[in-house]
Design a protein around this ligand. Structure first.
Ligand code: ADP
Length: 587
C-alpha cells in the first residue's frame, strides 16, 4: 500500500487527525495533573499544620525542650509529615524526626523563608530541595499563640507526589498508546472500506467504458458515494441505450447504402470523404475510396469536382452526365446536394449508372429504325410493281406475271418479318409459357429434317445425325426445342454451299445436355461471333435477304434456349463451317 493512493491518503488523514487529538488530550490531561496534586497536598498539609498548632496550644506543657520535643513526636505521629516547633529566637525546640540530643545541633530556623513568612502573615508555604533528605520538600509554617513556640512547621517529602505523578503519566501514556492503536485500526478499516467501494465503482465504470452496460451485481448503498455510483449507472445505461440505437441506425443505414444501386459519397465541409457505399467505390475510383480522402483524389473528373464545390458552398447544382475517365464506355449521372446540418455541414454526391438505360434506349431506337427499314424495302418494291401494273400502258402478260410473282415474294417476306417480330415480342414479354415433357431428341431431329426436306433437296445437302447413348431423351418444352433447332438448320441450309453435309448431334457433357448443329459453309467471321444473336444483325445483309432471312432467327433461338434454362453459342469448326452449340440443363 502506498500513501499516494486513496486508501493510503485516507488512512494517513484519519490516523493523523486522531493522533493529534489524542496527543493533545494526553498533554492537556498530564500537564496540570502535577500542579493539582501539589495543590491538594499543600491544602492538606496546611490543615494538618493547623491541627498540630491547635493540639500544641491545647496541651500546655512546662515549656522545657524535652517536653516540647515529646509533644512534637506525639503530634508528628498523628500527621503524615515531620513536625518541627520553632522558638521565637529561631531555635528548634521540638522535632518529630530528630531525637532530643540532635536538636541542639540543628541550625537556627528563624531565617527559613517559610518561617519568616509565617511570622509576617501567619502562614508560610515553601517548596525546596532538601540536601538532608536529598529530595524536594513541602514546608508549611504556621504562627501559633504559645509562650515557648512561635512557629509550628510541617515538612513533607514530595517523593510520593512524584511517584503518584509518574503512575498517572504511565497510565496516560498506556491509554494514549492503546487509543492510537485503536485509531490506527479504525483508520485502516475505514480507508479499506472506502477504497474497496471506490475500486468497485471504478471497476463498473471501466466495464461501461469497455461497452458492457449490464447492471452491477452489488448495491452501492445510499450515501454520497452510493449516489455517485447510481448517477454513473444511470448515465452509463442511458449512454448504452443511445449507443445501441446509434449502432442499429448505422447498421440500418449501411444496409440501405450497401443495397443501393446508386453510388453515394458524403463529404464534410473540408471536402474529405466521410462515407462512401460499395456502388460508389465501384463507379468512382479503381483504387477504392478511403474515408478521409479528399474528393478530388477520388472523383478525378473536373465537372464532378466543380459540382461538389458548388454543393459545398450551399447551392444545389444541376445533375451532369459523364463517363468516368477509367471506363469511358459507361455513362453515369451525378447529382450533388448540400447537407444542411449545423453540426456537420457537407455535401452528398449520388452517382447513377445509366449505361444499361442508355444502351437499352439505343437498342430500342435501332430496333425501330431497323424494323422500319426492313418493312420499307419490301413495301417500296410492292408499291413500285403495283404502280407498274396499274400503268396506262399495261405490261406484257409475261412481264405482269413476273411483277405479281415479285409482289407475292415481298409480301411473303413482310409476313415472315411480322411473324418473327411478333414471336420475339411474345418471348421477350414472357407470353410463351414453358411446357416441359419427356422428349425424344431423335424424333425432334426427324421432325425438323422432314419439315426442311424440300430445301435440303433443293440444295443437294445431306444431314448426318448422331444421338449419343446417354442423350436420347430429355425433359424439355419440345415445341420450343424444335423451333430453335429448325432455325439453326435453316441457317445451315441457307449459308452452307450446295452438296455439303450438315451434322446434327446430341450428347451429355459435364452434367448438361448438349445439342450441336454444324455445317460446312463459310463460317462466321470471329469479330461477328458475339453479335450474331442481336436482332437484325447480319454478317452479309445482301446474302441474308437473298436467302429470305429476316435477321431475327438467331435472336429468337437465343430467347427460346434461355427460356428453357440453357444457353447457345456460335463458333467456327476447325475444318471450316459454323458450329452452333445449345446447352440445356438435365431434368
Ligand atoms: P438471318 O435471317 O439473316 O439468317 P439470323 O439471325 O438467323 O438472321 O442470322 C444472323 C446472321 O448470322 C446471318 O445473317 C448470317 O450472317 C449469320 N449466320 C447465321 N447462321 C450462319 C451459318 N450457319 N453460317 C454462316 N453464317 C451464319
Amino acid at each position: 500500500m502506498t500513501f499516494s493512493g486513496l486508501r493510503g491518503r485516507t488512512l494517513l488523514a484519519v490516523f493523523g487527525v486522531s493522533a493529534v487529538v489524542l496527543l493533545l488530550a494526553a498533554v492537556l490531561i498530564a500537564l496540570p495533573m502535577r500542579a493539582q496534586l501539589l495543590g491538594a497536598i499543600e491544602r492538606n498539609l496546611v490543615a494538618e499544620a493547623r491541627l498540630a498548632a491547635a493540639l500544641l496550644q491545647e496541651r500546655q506543657t512546662d515549656g522545657s525542650v524535652p517536653a516540647l520535643d515529646g509533644e512534637a513526636d506525639e503530634v508528628g505521629g498523628l500527621t503524615s509529615a515531620r513536625v518541627t516547633f520553632i522558638a521565637p529566637d529561631g531555635r528548634v525546640v521540638g522535632d518529630s524526626a530528630e531525637d532530643l540530643t540532635a536538636l541542639g545541633r540543628l541550625d537556627n530556623h528563624g531565617t527559613r523563608p517559610e518561617v519568616l513568612a509565617a511570622r509576617r502573615s501567619g502562614l508560610g508555604v515553601e517548596r525546596r530541595f532538601s540536601a538532608t533528605v536529598g529530595t524536594d520538600l513541602l514546608y508549611v509554617a504556621l504562627a501559633v499563640e504559645h509562650p515557648h513556640v512561635e512557629v509550628v512547621r510541617l515538612a513533607l517529602p514530595l517523593t510520593e507526589v512524584d511517584a503518584q505523578f509518574r503512575a498517572v503519566r504511565r497510565s496516560v501514556l498506556a491509554a494514549l498508546a492503546a487509543a492510537l492503536a485503536c485509531a490506527l485500526g479504525l483508520a485502516w478499516l475505514s480507508s479499506t472500506l472506502l477504497a474497496r467501494r471506490v475500486a468497485a465503482i471504478a471497476a463498473v465504470a471501466r466495464r461501461y467504458a469497455a461497452g458492457d452496460f449490464s447492471a452491477p451485481a452489488r448495491d452501492p448503498g445510499r450515501d454520497e458515494l452510493g449516489m455517485v455510483a447510481y448517477v454513473l449507472d444511470d448515465t452509463a445505461r442511458e449512454l448504452g441505450r443511445r449507443m445501441t440505437e446509434l449502432t442499429q441506425d448505422r447498421a440500418r443505414m449501411e444496409a440501405i447504402l450497401a443495397g443501393m444501386l446508386e453510388g453515394v459519397v458524403v463529404v464534410n465541409a473540408q471536402g474529405h470523404v466521410i462515407l462512401a457505399n460499395d456502388a460508389a467505390r465501384r463507379m468512382a475510383s479503381p483504387d477504392g475510396v478511403t474515408p478521409g480522402q479528399h474528393y478530388i483524389e477520388v472523383l478525378r473528373h473536373p465537372d464532378i469536382g466543380a459540382m461538389l464545390g458548388r454543393a459545398l458552398s450551399g447551392q444545389t447544382p444541376d445533375g451532369i452526365e459523364f463517363s468516368p475517365p477509367r471506363d469511358p464506355n459507361r455513362t453515369l449521372v451525378a447529382r450533388a446536394a448540400p447537407v444542411a446540418t449545423e453540426s456537420a455541414p457537407g455535401a452528398v454526391l449520388v452517382l447513377h449508372d445509366i449505361t444499361d438505360l442508355r444502351h437499352a434506349d439505343r437498342m430500342r431506337r435501332d430496333f425501330v429504325a431497323n424494323v422500319s427499314h426492313e418493312l420499307r424495302t419490301p413495301l417500296t418494291a410492292i408499291q413500285g410493281y403495283v404502280e407498274a401494273l396499274q400503268d396506262d400502258e399495261p405490261p406484257e402478260p409475261g412481264e405482269a406475271a413476273r411483277f405479281l410473282e415479285i409482289i407475292a415474294r415481298q409480301a411473303n417476306r413482310m409476313e415472315r418479318l411480322v411473324r418473327d417480330l411478333l414471336r420475339l415480342a411474345r418471348l421477350e414479354t414472357g407470353q410463351e409459357p414453358v411446357e416441359p415433357s419427356q422428349t425424344d431428341v431423335e424424333s425432334v431431329f426427324t421432325d425438323v429434317l422432314t419439315e426442311l426436306e424440300g430445301a435440303l433437296e433443293a440444295k443437294g445437302q445431306r444431314v448426318v445425325t448422331d444421338v449419343g447413348p446417354a442423350a436420347r431423351t430429355l425433359r424439355v418444352d419440345t415445341a420450343k426445342l424444335h423451333d430453335a433447332l429448325r432455325n439453326l438448320v435453316e441457317n445451315a441450309i441457307a449459308y452452307a454451299p450446295p452438296s455439303t453435309t450438315i451434322t446434327l448431334a446430341s450428347r451429355r457433357a459435364g452434367g448438361a445436355f448438349v445439342i450441336t448443329v454444324g455445317d460446312e459453309g463459310p463460317g462466321i467471321p470471329e469479330a461477328d461471333l458475339s453479335r450474331i444473336f442481336e436482332r437484325f444483325y447480319r454478317v452479309d445483309k445482301a446474302r441474308s435477304r437473298e436467302s429470305g432471312g429476316t435477321g431475327l432467327g438467331l435472336s429468337i433461338v437465343k430467347h427460346l434456349v434461355e427460356i428453357l434454362g440453357g444457353d447457345v453459342k456460335a463458333e467456327n469448326r476447325r475444318a471450316g463451317g459454323a458450329l452452333f452449340t445449345v446447352t440445356l440443363p438435365v431434368g
